[in-house]
Design a protein around this ligand. Structure first.
Ligand SMILES: [Zn+2]
Length: 263
């Protein structure tokens, strides 16, 4: 049996779920819909006005009830959240409840602008062209575009793998013909000296990257999207960490030199 939760949590509904995706609740699960309708938790997410993460909570009047079916066939309802630093910084979400189905039909700011903040830092370690493709890909995925968003992500992943490959190609004992015929999971294993451990340990997750474009379907791509995005982030986090360390070492050298010249 799969342990994947049946329904998005209220937070996923608000922040991650693409617009217009329909979620239908079974009779015995109506209370899960109520958790969204009566949402009264705090939410830690990016505030575009503060330009950093902040804690949000609900503003305006809303219903609190134990009636699980309160939201059923309710038509339009909205959820406004206010930033804890400044209550004028708001996130607005509009939903439509038709029978036992809830659909998010609007929001401000957009899903993309709520999700892009966390990748901004990577512009320092990723070529401009690929950084733009990364943001484009996140934007497409947030609108439920599976294959399109996935193709961009795959290109970035392949670029990063190729970078690691170029660093090893002249090493003694490197078997280039073996590498060229290898599938993605095998390539990751061959490049393990250059790649973060996590990626190497979980290389089987990347077997989808060996599939041809025409073999991919929308849902498969949307499902694989977070895994491939995570792989990219882990490689880029590694690069950021190396860059920071090198900067610190350079600063330390400079400080030592300047101190030596004064003594
Ligand atoms: Zn704010």
């Amino acid at each position: 049996m799969s342990t994947v939760p049946k329904y998005p949590t209220p937070k996923e509904f608000l922040i991650d779920l693409p617009l217009y995706e329909k979620v239908t609740f079974q009779n015995e699960d109506l209370k899960e819909g109520r958790e969204l309708f009566c949402f009264n938790e705090t939410l830690d997410t990016y505030c575009p006005e503060c330009n950093q993460h902040s804690i949000f909570s609900r503003i305006g009047n809303h219903v609190t009830t134990t009636d699980a079916s309160i939201w059923v066939d309710r038509g339009r309802f909205s959820i406004s959240l206010g930033c804890s630093r400044n209550r004028k910084h708001t996130l607005f979400f509009l939903f439509h409840a038709d029978g036992q189905t809830i659909q998010k039909i609007g929001q401000l700011p957009s899903i993309a602008s709520l999700n892009l903040f966390d990748v901004k830092k990577y512009s320092k370690v990723l070529e401009k062209r690929y950084f733009q493709e990364l943001t484009k890909s996140i934007g497409l995925a947030s609108h439920g575009v599976g294959v399109g968003s996935f193709v961009y992500l795959r290109r970035i992943f392949e670029f990063l793998i190729e970078e690691a490959h170029r660093n090893l190609i002249n090493d003694e004992g490197w078997d280039e013909s073996n590498y060229q015929t290898a599938r993605m999971a095998e390539k990751i294993e061959l490049l393990k000296a250059q790649l973060p451990d996590f990626l190497v340990e979980n290389k089987s997750m990347y077997s989808i990257l060996s599939k041809g474009i025409h073999e991919l379907n929308e849902n498969e791509c949307l499902a694989a999207f977070p895994v491939v995005k995570l792989g990219i982030e882990i490689i880029l986090d590694d690069k950021l960490e190396k860059m920071r360390r090198e900067q610190k070492l350079a600063e330390a050298k400079k400080a030592i030199a300047s101190l030596a010249s004064r003594i």
